[in-house]
Design a protein around this ligand. Structure first.
Ligand code: ADP
Ligand code: ADP
Ligand code: MG
Length: 664
């Protein structure tokens, strides 16, 4: 085995690779940018080499600097993680020339699969089922319309060099093709410097299901079953699971064997993923693309197969023969992953940056009937910057079946506490409890279908109301007792009185008796017994209500205390009935009218300013584009108006809350 390897990546995937290396006794070198100087990966690696400024182009994407770091430290191999240089054939070739092993596939395989058109052709030749469509390049709008009509609507217009959800449009009519063709061409030219376009049929009720493969340098290759990744926003995966609720054993085997056939056709010799779009209508499956790297969602496969994919990648790069046989592989239970993003689910998932004031992930190991695994690369106190991907952690749970895995995931999300930035936990937690997701009847349009107006939180069920109210009261009463306020004429240790809990503006009158580690309450007509070991200062509140285990968390925000459970997140106050009456009579404060201002929701770079002075703009129209965390965000007008001032230009940096445009 290698003695020392270098990891050309950052964040959770760098930490993930270090964990396996430690277990195998392989020394690690991490490279880091300015922004990552104090990162968890830097702390955990055996050696660390600073390679440049925070912008990825000056650090993680700079092959020269990475190769220098390899020479300087005597590392024998490079693990590229995902993103950055992981799918760059020139980088793999340069390492080969320098006699440094690349912990990934051979450069030829990366190249052959790097382009959507050529990989689709290769797949068809290898007997893999591909999406019906035009296999060649499209030269102009007229040809695009002609070919789309031949294929039959709806169609998908795609950039051959596309990736990460960029350069894709669905078209339902000639007019859509006309717009879509131009948009994809421009986007592809911008993002990839390559505007080659092709068109294929849009598969109805599409589900994204992908096959994990693992090959070696001796011609062996196996498939490690599938992952379903249909829950996506902006074509980016948010929740993934293995196996897929859709596939039967026969379809699984066919897809697996086709994925292996394609891998063998390019002498694939590492971990890779063959992506398919599968029709929910008839389980017809069609090759989309092959990702020649470790995938973000690889942990769900590891959980159901017991195989450490990073270890297998190291072994194969070292030249070992694959020790896993296809027949030995079995699916054990069910695994689910939530990607925890630094983003605001209530504001169209806009990236959110700042310092992680609190970061308590759930504990790894047993939780209820399932198991928890946490893959994260951040700690409390770390800064989430605008330079990189907004994913901060992956929460993975495993159980004997899908419901157990989902229940465990939901329970673990309740125990995940983050403060300082916005996070998408309430959103993914809401999905875990949502009926259609639970049924497994999902498509890639799931988020759009179920949350057409965006996410605005979910209402608590009666059981959840009781959890929230009892936790809030217990915490309040304990603090009150500590403060010595509790001196009603009570017998013994019991503290009994009437309170009102105000949850998101709604009042819940409660009769409450506080004991030691327990409490009794009457909420409306129902009586409950709460048992808990909670002590003041803890953001996480765990307990049982009438014997049922639950967890809620308290978040200190600018406008007071908030409480969270599943998809419910609300401001909370506890007060006396007299005060509650006063509150109820207070007029609601009117929000300031901000519709005349276009404000940058985050620090970033203005990519384009799409309005001019004096221009009339309609509500919903894009005013400008701000890029942060690798994502381009179209900032839209909230109301109709005429542009009065423009304070920033394309190319200029903006701060959060900076006024970019003002309407008359
Ligand atoms: P997956 O199927 O594993 O989700 P993605 O295409 O979403 O694959 O990308 C995997 C990772 O690589 C993500 O963290 C993504 O943000 C990152 N990534 C994708 N494209 C790029 C790119 N062009 N440059 C840098 N990172 C990228
Ligand atoms: P990327 O390189 O950006 O990951 P993909 O080709 O993998 O691009 O497509 C991204 C997503 O778009 C897929 O996960 C799938 O949900 C959807 N998609 C792609 N092609 C089709 C198609 N022909 N029909 C329906 N959905 C598709
Ligand atoms: Mg893809």
């Amino acid at each position: 085995m290698f003695e020392k390897i270098l990891i050309a990546n950052r964040g959770e995937i760098a930490v993930r690779v270090i964990k396996t290396c430690r277990r195998l006794g392989v020394k690690t070198v991490i490279v880091y940018s300015d922004a990552d100087a104090a990162s968890m990966a830097v702390e955990m690696a055996d050696e660390a080499v600073h390679i440049g400024a925070s912008a990825a182009s000056e650090s993680y994407l700079d092959a020269d600097k990475i190769i220098d770091a390899v020479r300087q430290t005597g590392a024998q191999a490079v693990h590229p993680g995902f993103g950055f240089l992981s799918e760059n054939p020139e980088f793999a070739r340069r390492l080969e020339k320098e006699k440094i092993a690349f912990i990934g596939p051979n450069a030829h395989a990366i190249e052959a699969m790097g382009d959507k058109i050529s990989s689709k052709k290769l797949a068809a030749e290898a007997g893999v089922s591909t999406v019906p469509g035009h296999m060649g390049l499209i030269d102009d709008t007229a040809q695009a319309i002609k070919i789309s009509a031949e294929i039959g609507y709806p169609v998908m217009i795609k950039a051959s060099a596309g990736g990460g959800g960029k350069g894709i449009r669905v078209a339902y009519s000639d007019a859509d093709v006309e717009d879509g063709y131009r948009a994809v061409k421009a986007e592809a030219q911008n993002a990839f410097g390559d505007d080659r376009i092709f068109i294929e049929k849009f598969i109805l009720e599409p589900r994204h299901i992908e096959i994990q493969v693992m090959g070696d340098k001796h011609g062996n290759c196996v498939y490690l079953f599938e992952r379903e990744c249909s829950i996506q926003r902006r074509n980016q995966k948010v929740i993934e699971e293995a196996p897929s609720p859709l596939l039967d054993a026969q379809t699984r085997k066919k897809m697996g064997e086709q994925a292996v056939a394609l891998s063998k056709a390019v002498n694939y010799d590492s971990a890779g993923t063959v992506e398919f779009v599968v029709s929910g209508k008839d389980k017809g499956f069609y090759f989309l693309e092959m990702n020649t790297r470790l995938q973000v969602e690889h942990p769900v496969t590891e959980m159901i197969t017991g195989v450490d994919l990073v270890e297998q990648m190291l072994r194969s790069a070292y030249g070992e023969k694959l020790s896993i046989k296809q027949d030995d592989l079995k699916i054990k239970g069910w695994a689910i992953e939530s990607r925890v993003y630094a983003e605001d689910p209530y504001r169209n998932f806009l990236p959110s940056i700042g310092r992680l004031k609190r970061f308590y992930p759930p504990l790894e190991g047993k939780l209820g009937a399932g198991t928890v695994r946490m893959d994260s690369g951040v700690r409390e106190g770390d800064e989430i910057s605008m330079f990189y991907d907004p994913m901060i952690a992956k929460l993975v749970t495993h159980g004997k079946d899908r419901d157990t895995a989902l229940d465990t995931q939901a329970a673990a999300l309740d125990r995940f506490h983050i403060e300082g930035i916005q996070d998408n936990i309430p959103f993914v937690a809401a999905v875990m409890d949502e009926a259609r997701f639970r049924s497994g009847n999902i498509t890639t349009a799931y988020i759009k279908d179920e949350f057409p107006d965006g996410f605005s939180g979910v209402e608590a069920t009666t059981a959840q109301e009781a959890y929230l109210v009892s936790a809030a009261l217990y915490a309040h009463a304990l603090r009150a007792r500590r403060a010595g306020e509790a001196q009603a004429g009570n017998a013994g240790d019991w503290f009994q009185t009437d309170w009102v809990v105000i949850l998101g503006g709604k009042q819940y009158p409660v009769y409450f008796e506080l004991g030691k580690g327990e409490a009794f309450l009457k909420l409306g007509k129902s009586k409950h017994t709460l048992v808990t070991a909670w002590v003041p200062g803890n953001n996480l509140f765990e307990g049982t209500l009438d014997g049922a285990a639950f967890a809620v968390s308290f978040h200190q925000k600018k406008n007071g205390l908030h409480i969270r459970h599943r998809g419910v997140a609300k401001p909370v106050t506890v007060c006396s009935p007299r005060l509650a009456e006063l509150y109820a009579r207070l007029p609601e404060k009117e929000a300031a009218d901000m519709s005349k201002l276009i404000i940058s929701p985050m620090p970033g770079l203005v990519v384009s300013m799409d309005v001019a002075l004096g221009q009339e703009v309609k509500a919903g129209e894009g005013v400008c584009v701000v890029e942060a965390m690798k994502m381009q965000n179209i900032i839209r007008a909230e109301a109709d108006g005429k542009v009065k001032t423009i304070n920033v230009d394309a190319g200029s940096p903006v701060a959060a809350d900076e006024i970019m445009v003002e309407f008359e």
